[in-house]
Design a protein around this ligand. Sequence first.
Ligand code: YH5
Length: 271
Amino acid sequence: MRLDTPQVMGVLNVTPDSFSDGGALYQAGKRNLDKTLARVEQMLAEGAAIIDVGGESTRPGAEPVPIAEELDRVVPVVEAINQRFETIVSVDTSSPEVMQAAAAAGAGMLNDVRALERRGALEAAAKTGLPVCLMHMQGQPKTMQQSPDYNSVVKEVSDYLQSRAEACMAAGIERSRLLMDPGFGFGKSVEHNLRLLNHLSILVDLGYPVLVGLSRKSLIGKVLGRDVDQRLAGSLALAVLAAERGASIIRVHDVVQTADAMKLYSAVVES
Ligand code: YH5
């Protein structure tokens, strides 16, 4: 995939408790698989280059999901997307079992909000040979927004991601397969998130493609005073800022709007 212009990654939640669709999209079964695939087809037509399939809710306060349940939700969806569409399927998981099963089912990328810190995850990811996005999180989803604390958020996130990249390379994952993500909203106050976005180029300068997930997140809600269903304009503004500061992949719920914003961004930059 070319990363010389920012690419759009479309979010596909396969969690029953997903905040953004109220779980409407997922309960295992054929009817829901059909609905899920219709949504994938739509996102691809709208300009998504990658589909990010997530079976574990990592929103603030979320409870952990048993591995068997995550496998059940994710693997059939990865397989079905891979059979029907020409796209890159990314799997949003921290579980080594899910990484391996998803790779066998045709996943093209791993996206781990825990940066392969779970026991066995480094080895499992290395075995798949797939690209891996390493994300920074302070704490755990259940409690991470209670008291985010940093001396220097940009330096701490950057140092953490560099040390995880080194751990990956020591485990046999090639440097060219790594991507990095500061983890907006994962154990960060509004100020921390704003500073990370403003100084995103420090992360970009480490030399790995940078992925950002800002879509509909609470920092937008807090700055603008908007509920989650009223955050599109805010999400687009932040997507353009992230692109301008060097982000390569933008993870979003609203694909067609973000793809339009990225086309205009690229048209201006290339003029
Ligand atoms: C991310 O940033 N985020 S899941 C709360 C929201 C809105 C959205 C209250 N997986 C990321 O999308 N993977 C998630 O409003 C991710 N980077 C990467 N690499 C959380 C999410 C969300 C949470």
